[in-house]
Ligand binder design. Structure first.
Ligand SMILES: Cc1ncc(COP(=O)(O)O)c(C=O)c1O
Ligand SMILES: N[C@@H](CCCC[NH3+])C(=O)O
Length: 416
């Protein structure tokens, strides 16, 4: 039995089914551990966001494209987004059919666009030059256009995808030119989509974006669907008491807007959202091992095997993840003081948590990095020729399933 120190009170039920030390000894460290019931619960919350009947949730698989999790998302009735042929390929392997996938392309080659067209997958283009390309490849076809309504939101400048300072989507002032391209290739505009950015915690900006897109949508007569994008945030700072996004409030306001639009649009219309993080983030704790503790010029460091090759978010965006400690011995956890938790990569920016208030860690302790299910494994790499970790699923029936094996040294030579 291990001992747990957690900054998050009122739990910890995540590891009911299996102990961190047992998991690490069986599957290696670091290790992405997912909880099936949390993942399914998040899928259902999104499915039930509104009462509007033709409402679809496209899971944005860039957050986490593990095949087993994709199959579960599909079982829960989620459709899928794809950002690349690779994502389409994996979605098809998980059982998604062409009518269940929306390809939200960005600066793709002809071959990449054709990959979706050949499969009958709906393509969203995000520039007029790519609309031209689509028209050349698929004259007379149906297409979707990604629109930048000028509304943007997100937890960091690098993930705000709407507004005046982003490469994404079509500026509505170019709509006359867009209509001309549609006409010249006999294309029908089946859908409009947008994505304002990743991680908002208040409904305001999202609903502002929804209304802005719908105002533009009224000027097109034949739309089949409108897709408002993802961005639904989760509270990463639970230990500090950060509240959850009020989905019930967001859902009821969104519902009213959708019914209103549908009443006045004049034809049956479907609506979509594209959550990634909300579905996957909280279903995962990333486990790692403490291998060294040291003091450098008065600064205390906890050295772990969770480098930024394993979890890139803190390095790229200074993102916060709450951290727990598990201990096999009976040594009690000490008082709390600030330490910097780092990985094993040869860069000084390889920092998981700076000046985090924790008990003194010991060699052999396990750390648990919470809410690591979105943009965790999917952004991991082999930098420093390190092996990407395994992923395991704590199933609802109490069993543990390996859902992706850990890289092997041979994998490092696979492409030579
Ligand atoms: C086009 C598009 N849709 C959906 C998402 C999913 O975003 P999130 O994980 O914040 O829900 C992203 C990523 O930000 C995206 O680029
Ligand atoms: N990778 C970002 C989110 C970007 C989503 C892709 N548009 C994160 O970890 O927060």
């Amino acid at each position: 039995m291990s001992h747990l120190w957690s900054p998050v009170t009122g739990k910890n039920r995540f590891f009911d089914a299996a102990e961190p030390f047992e998991l690490i000894s069986e599957f290696g460290s670091p290790l992405y551990v997912y909880n099936e019931s949390i993942f399914r619960a998040r899928c259902r919350e999104m499915r039930n966001l509104v009462s509007y009947p033709r409402f679809f949730v496209n899971y944005s698989v860039k957050a986490n494209s593990n095949l087993t999790l994709l199959r579960i998302a599909r079982e829960e009735g989620l459709l899928a987004d794809a950002m690349s042929p690779g994502e389409i390929f994996v979605e098809e392997a998980a059982g998604y059919t062409s009518d269940e996938i929306l390809y939200i392309s960005n600066n793709v080659s002809e071959a990449e666009m054709r990959y979706a067209i050949d499969r009958g997958i709906m393509v969203s283009v995000d520039s007029l030059s790519q609309l031209e390309m689509f028209g050349r490849l698929c004259p007379g076809g149906k297409v979707c256009v990604r629109v930048n309504t000028g509304v943007g939101a997100g937890h960091h400048a690098k993930v705000i995808t709407g507004g005046k300072k982003t490469k994404f989507a079509v500026d509505p002032s170019l709509f006359d030119d867009m209509r001309e391209i549609l006409r010249s290739h006999r294309l029908s505009l089946a859908g409009l989509n947008q994505h304002i950015g990743s991680l908002f915690m208040e409904p305001g900006k999202y609903l502002e974006g929804v209304s802005a897109l719908l105002a533009l949508a009224h000027t097109f007569e034949d739309l089949e669907f409108i897709d408002f994008g993802g961005g639904f945030g989760i509270p990463y700072e639970k230990a500090a008491g950060q509240p959850r996004l009020d989905l019930a409030d967001l859902g009821s306001k969104l519902d009213a807007i959708l019914h209103d639009f549908a009443r006045t649009y004049g034809k049956s219309i479907a609506f979509k959202v594209e959550p990634g993080r909300y579905i996957a983030a909280e279903s995962c704790v990333l486990l790692g091992t403490v291998h060294a503790v040291k003091e450098n010029y008065g600064h205390r460091y906890v050295g772990t095997d969770v480098g930024f090759n394993v979890l890139a978010r803190p390095m790229i965006y200074d993102s916060h993840h709450d951290i727990e400690l598990y201990r096999a011995s009976d040594t009690p956890f000490s008082d709390l003081y600030p330490v910097t938790v780092v990985g094993n990569i040869c860069e000084s920016g390889d920092i998981l948590a700076k000046d985090r208030v924790l008990p003194q860690a010991q060699e052999g302790d396990i750390i648990g990095i919470l809410d690591a299910g979105a943009y965790g494994y999917s952004m991991s790499s082999n930098y420093n020729n390190r092996l990407r970790p395994a992923e395991v699923l704590l199933r609802e029936d109490g069993t543990v399933k390996l859902i992706r094996r850990r890289d092997t040294l041979d994998d490092l030579l696979r492409n030579f």
